[in-house]
Design a protein around this ligand. Structure first.
Ligand code: NCD
Ligand code: ZN
Length: 349
C-alpha cells in the first residue's frame, strides 16, 4: 500500500475566491496547496473588463499571507454587451480565458449571456486570439429537470457552438454527468473538462442523508451514482482532457442553511486531500499527478510546475468551521476524517 505520494505542485483550474474580507479568509487555503488557479469572475458586480480583472488580481495577491507563492490566473465574465475590442486588451494583459455563464444558471450569473448567438463576434475574437472559453454547461430552461440540464446543454448549445468555432479552446467546467464525460472524451483536441472533488466523491444521496444537507448543494447539482462512476472513470483514465478544478465556492453558513440556500461547496481547505481520497478509492493513485498537475497546464499551453508536494496517508479531522469575514464557513466534510494529508511546506524541485 502506498503511504506517501509526491507529485508536481498542482493547479486549480476553477476557483471562486470572492472579495474583501471573504477573500482574505480563504486565499491562504488555496495558496497552501496550489501554484496557480483560474479565478472565476462572478463577483458582484462581475469582472467584465481587463482593468477590473487586473485590480482584482492585485487584491488577491495582497490578501495572501507573506511567503506563500501563488499565481491567480484571471478571467473575464462574458455578458451580452462585452465589446469585441476587450478581447485583444485582455489577451495583451495576460488574461487567458473568458467565462460563459448562461444568464440565471448559477450564483451571480444574472448578468450572464442570454443567448450564445449574441456573443459570436466575441467568440470569434477569442478563437483568433487563442483565448479559452470556460463554460458553465447547464441550460436555464425552467421546463428542464434540474438533473438533466447539463445533458440538454450539450445537445442544444455545446454541439452547435463547437461546430461554429472549431478551433476555439473550450473547457466544459465542473462536469457532473456520464453524458458530459462521454462528450468530452470523443470531442476533438480543443475540448477539455474540469471535475470537482465533490462530484468524484458523492452522489445525490449526500444531499438527503439523514435530512436535507445544504453544504452538499452546488451547481451543477450532484447526480446519480452512475454519473459519479463515469466521472471517476474519466478522471482516472488515460485521457489528458480531464483535469482538476475544485469549484470551491464559499458562502456564509447562514446563507446555505437557509430557506433558499446558496449553491456552492467549499473544498479549498482540503482540496488535494479530497481528490487523493477519490483516486485512492478507485485504485488509481498512479494517475493522480496527470489529473492534478499535468493535463491542465498542457491544455492551457502553460508549463507544468517544477515544485513538488507530498501527501501522506494519515487520518485527520476536518475542522467544523472556519472564520469567513463577518460570518463562518462550513467546509465540505466538516468534522469527518480524511485519510490523506498534505505535508506542510514544499519539497525541493
Ligand atoms: C458557484 C458560486 O457560488 O459562485 N456555485 C456553485 O454551486 N458552483 C458558481 C458556479 O460555479 O456555478
Ligand atoms: Zn464555479
Amino acid at each position: 500500500m502506498t503511504d506517501s505520494l509526491t507529485l508536481r505542485r498542482p493547479d486549480d483550474w476553477h476557483l471562486h475566491l470572492r472579495d474583501g474580507a471573504q477573500l482574505a479568509a480563504v486565499a491562504a487555503h488555496s495558496a497552501a496547496q496550489f501554484a496557480r488557479a483560474i479565478v472565476m469572475p462572478n463577483l458582484r458586480p462581475p469582472v467584465t473588463t481587463t482593468a477590473q480583472a487586473l485590480a482584482y488580481k492585485a487584491r488577491i495577491l495582497a490578501a495572501l499571507p507573506q511567503g506563500l507563492k501563488f499565481e491567480p490566473l484571471m478571467t473575464l465574465y462574458l455578458t451580452d454587451a462585452l465589446p469585441v475590442q476587450e478581447i485583444a486588451r485582455a489577451r495583451a494583459a495576460g488574461i487567458l480565458a473568458c467565462k460563459l455563464y448562461p444568464a440565471g444558471a448559477t450564483t451571480n450569473s444574472d448578468a450572464g449571456v442570454s443567448d450564445i448567438r449574441r456573443i459570436e463576434p466575441v467568440l470569434e475574437a477569442m478563437q483568433k486570439a487563442g483565448m479559452l472559453l470556460l463554460v458553465h454547461g447547464e441550460v436555464t430552461d425552467p421546463e428542464i429537470d434540474i438533473f438533466d440540464r447539463e445533458a440538454v446543454f450539450i445537445e442544444r448549445q455545446l454541439i452547435p457552438l463547437r461546430q461554429r468555432f472549431p478551433e476555439l479552446k473550450i473547457v466544459f467546467e465542473h462536469i457532473t454527468t456520464r453524458e458530459a464525460a462521454q462528450y468530452v472524451a470523443q470531442a476533438g483536441p480543443h475540448t477539455a473538462a474540469t471535475i470537482t472533488a465533490h462530484h468524484l466523491l458523492y452522489n445525490r444521496n449526500a444531499l438527503f442523508t439523514g435530512g436535507i444537507r445544504p453544504h452538499y448543494y452546488c451547481l451543477p447539482v450532484l447526480k446519480r451514482e452512475q454519473h459519479r462512476q463515469a466521472l471517476v472513470q474519466a478522471a482516472t483514465g488515460a485521457s489528458a482532457k480531464f483535469f482538476l478544478g475544485t469549484d470551491s465556492a464559499p458562502h456564509p453558513a447562514r446563507l446555505k442553511e437557509h430557506a433558499s440556500g446558496c449553491a456552492g461547496c467549499y473544498t479549498a481547505h482540503a482540496a488535494i486531500e479530497l481528490y487523493a481520497e477519490a483516486f485512492d478509492r478507485a485504485g488509481a493513485l498512479q494517475r493522480f499527478e496527470g489529473f492534478a498537475s499535468l493535463h491542465g497546464p498542457a491544455f492551457y499551453g502553460l508549463p507544468a510546475n517544477e515544485e513538488r508536494i507530498t501527501l501522506r496517508r494519515e487520518r485527520w479531522s476536518v475542522p467544523e468551521r472556519y472564520p469567513f469575514g463577518e460570518g463562518e464557513l462550513k467546509p465540505l466534510a466538516a468534522g469527518e476524517s480524511l485519510n490523506w494529508r498534505l505535508e506542510p511546506g514544499a519539497a525541493p524541485a
